[in-house]
Write a protein that binds this ligand. Structure first.
Ligand code: NAD
Ligand code: UD1
Length: 335
């Protein structure tokens, strides 16, 4: 089986590329390198001893996408390509709607011309909006609070309608919770540009001395210790979830939605103390006001993925912290 990974040079895509290659699948990557470095795939090749061909091009361009299908004839697509910075999406909403929605629609148009009916889509827990009831189940109401989130929500809608119009299609929508960590080798990992927005990359840069201290955004939430709680998932577990999703999609048709999370919430202070304990480093922090737009708690009910995909996350928080730091230490300036 050959799988096209759009956005496959990025953080989650490169880890998934590695898992697919290690499991005997062939891949091809289409990425415009807007937020990634081809070195990630070179290292995937080094780790697996297999080829990870990269086509540098834009997934919103129908001619480019068609030429990749013409040349490689993929049996399935995993669609990672997208812009993902929440704050930037508020500043530049049109860039987000154009890039993320055009990419999804272009794939939907090209795939049937090459008899490719399986697509796995990178959605996000952000589509659950401000739901208060936890854990979050796939059939809960959805709604978003920023343009990035709406691009995921609308892409889910588009894919659902396209699959309804053509019953031979098989689409799996994966709602990721908070991916962190890196491959255990420390050769591939998350390489944010500039000062990171997300918690774990920020902690790693504090640990390495690049940043002075962590700002903990609020300790007055209705949680165990007052700081925000999230469902952190090891990126290798997440990558393995994509293999399970492909296997599922091959034998089904229509649309299915799965949460990919562990089902266990951890607070910001839990992450700080686990990181310190796992790695023997100190993370100085100060408590600051809440970050606008943040919610108190967000974690998955992951039983649907367990029952239908036969997948559950295997790696614990200690492994997530160790692997994140191992990557950061080995690659202080990223790729
Ligand atoms: P990433 O930025 O590392 O990877 C995305 C890749 O897509 C990048 O390599 C980028 O260059 C590429 N890309 C963007 N637009 C493109 C286009 N038009 N054509 C070709 N390539 C394009 O991000 P990631 O963390 O690996 O996320 C992968 C997907 O998962 C994204 O769709 C993201 O929205 C989604 N997601 C990520 C998270 C997270 O916390 N990382 C959580 C939920 C959902
Ligand atoms: C972010 C995105 C969300 C995306 C998710 C998955 C925002 C507003 N939301 O969510 O769309 O689906 O990542 O990766 O960016 N924190 C601090 N100090 C920091 C950074 C974070 O205290 O410097 C706290 C946050 O308040 C939150 C937790 O750490 O409680 C996790 O934050 P983050 O890693 O940014 O992820 P989310 O906010 O869950």
């Amino acid at each position: 089986m050959r799988v096209l990974l759009t956005g496959g040079a990025g953080y989650i895509g490169s880890h998934t590329a590695l898992v697919l290659l290690e499991n005997g699948l062939d891949i091809v990557v289409l990425d415009n390198l807007d937020n990634s470095n081809p070195e990630s795939l070179r290292r995937v090749e080094e780790l697996t001893g297999r080829q990870a061909p990269l086509i540098v091009g834009d997934c919103t361009d129908e001619k480019t996408v068609a030429s990749v299908f013409e040349q490689f004839r993929p049996d399935a697509v995993i669609h990672f390509a997208g812009l993902k910075a929440v704050g930037e999406s508020v500043q530049k909403p049109l860039n987000y709607y154009q890039n993320n929605l055009d990419a999804t629609m272009t794939l939907c148009r090209v795939m049937p011309k090459y008899d490719c009916r399986v697509l796995v889509f990178s959605s996000s827990a952000t589509v659950y909006g401000t739901n208060q009831k936890m854990p979050l189940r796939e059939d809960f109401p959805t709604g978003c609070t920023n343009p990035y989130g709406w691009t995921k929500w609308i892409s889910e809608r588009i894919l659902t309608d396209v699959a309804a119009a053509d019953p031979t299609r098989s689409f799996v929508l994966l709602r990721y919770f908070n991916p962190i960590g890196a491959h255990e080798s420390g050769r591939i990992g998350e390489d944010p540009s500039g000062i990171p927005n997300n918690l774990m990359p920020f902690i790693c840069q504090v640990a390495s001395g690049k940043l002075d201290h962590l700002r903990v955004f609020g300790n007055d939430y209705p949680t165990r210790d007052g700081t925000g709680e999230r469902d952190y998932i090891h990126v290798m577990d997440l990558a393995e979830g994509h293999l399970a999703a492909l296997n599922y999609a091959k034998h089904h048709s229509g649309v299915e939605i799965f949460n990919l999370g562990t089902g266990t919430p951890y607070s910001v202070l839990d992450i700080v103390s686990s990181f310190e304990k796992a790695n023997g480093v100190k993370i100085p922090y100060e408590i600051t006001p809440r970050r606008p737009g943040d919610i108190a708690v967000c974690y998955a009910d992951a039983t649907r993925a367990r029952d239908l995909l036969h997948w559950t996350a295997q790696r614990d928080l200690t492994a997530m912290c160790k692997d994140a730091w191992n990557w950061q230490k080995q690659n202080p300036n990223g790729y």
